[in-house]
Design a protein. Structure first.
Lengths: 110, 114
């Protein structure tokens, strides 16, 4: 059974600081996704990572994928308050479903 | 930009009642999904649907649940006899079948079972 683990589950950080969220998964998969969720809202797609070594950047967020280590990271650079949200990684098991991590609640304090 | 829509945004029902949650996927998409998220918890897969049949379903998706694509645009989730523990946010998603297999999520329906 595919398991997806994220850490940390809660992250409180100061504006301007850098930090990394980690996503480990238990079985082979070539597709990993990062989503953002604001309170009471839907899931917004941030990144689609399709292959080993994939790196994608959008603004202050950068995601990478290491399929051999079964690890993805979401790196936050110089955090700003607007980045406060819950971030989920999800792994595509077989094209039929996404298996989500527990989510990381990010709070950026000024 | 095309998007997945869901109705209603909030549904309140009594335990034991039937509810139907409606979704309109992105128009040229072929793969459809339902997920749920209990308040404060992670998103859980319920069911995937392709070519007018279920592709995969989770343990949560028991006999009380059913899905249907009654016409060319709607995709529905029916819960036959709701329980208190069915209270959650239900998200519909669709996928165009490209190599990205990216799923696009609707805004969700918050179901409250009293």
């Amino acid at each position: 059974e595919l398991k997806v683990e994220q850490n940390p589950l809660f992250l409180s950080m100061q504006e301007g600081k850098n930090y990394t969220i980690y996503c480990n998964y238990s079985t082979t998969s070539d597709r990993l996704y990062w989503y953002r969720q604001d309170p009471g809202k839907s899931l917004e797609s941030l990144f689609v990572l399709l292959s080993n070594g994939a790196v994608k950047q959008e603004g202050r967020l950068m995601a990478s994928l290491d399929t051999k280590a079964r690890l993805s990271t979401l790196h936050i650079t110089a955090a700003v308050h607007d980045l406060s949200a819950t971030y989920f990684c999800a792994v595509d098991k077989n094209g039929n479903k996404l298996v989500f991590g527990a989510g990381t609640i990010l709070r950026v304090k000024s | 930009e095309p998007e997945v829509t869901q109705t209603p945004s909030h549904q309140v029902t009594q335990m034991g009642q039937e509810v139907i949650l409606r979704c309109v996927p992105i128009s040229n998409h072929l793969y459809f999904y339902w997920y749920r998220q209990i308040l404060g918890q992670k998103v859980e897969f319920l069911v995937s649907f392709y070519n007018n049949e279920i592709s995969e379903k989770s343990e949560i998706f028991d006999d009380q649940f059913s899905v249907e694509r009654p016409d060319g645009s709607n995709f529905t989730l029916k819960i036959r006899s709701t329980k208190l523990e069915d209270s959650a946010m239900y998200f519909c998603a669709s996928n165009g079948g490209s190599s990205y297999n990216e799923q696009f999520f609707g805004p969700g329906t918050r179901l409250t079972v009293l």
